[in-house]
Design a protein. Sequence first.
Length: 142
Amino acid sequence: MSLVSVSRLLGRGAAPERDCDGCTVCCTVMAVAERNKPGGTRCDAVADAGCGIHPDRPAACRAFHCLWLRGGLADAAHRPDQLGVMFDGFIDRADGETRLVAIELWPGALGAPAVAPLLDALAARHPLHLHYRDGRRSVMSV
């Protein structure tokens, strides 16, 4: 079984069999203009069980689905809050290029043995932009 579903790299919407199930990683990582929330800060609507305003969440939150939620990563252990890395794939509006991004959620997560095969599989398809917890950035490509 493949670790990465190529058809889901740029897919829209959550895979039918997936839900956030309490993961709130995107609630910290994303900037949300509708809530005046900068990226990298935890949203004040996050509650113990997940998003406290889920039924009424802003359009930016409704539109975002990480690669795991879209079904692009095979294993439940690859969910961002379990793995320590959130992956995303999108078409950059500025230049029309495919962008794959890996955002480290805690120090050292991008170097963890469980993450390495995912990095390799994604970088084999497109350059993979790595965003480290300490602010460093790099690009991985095959």
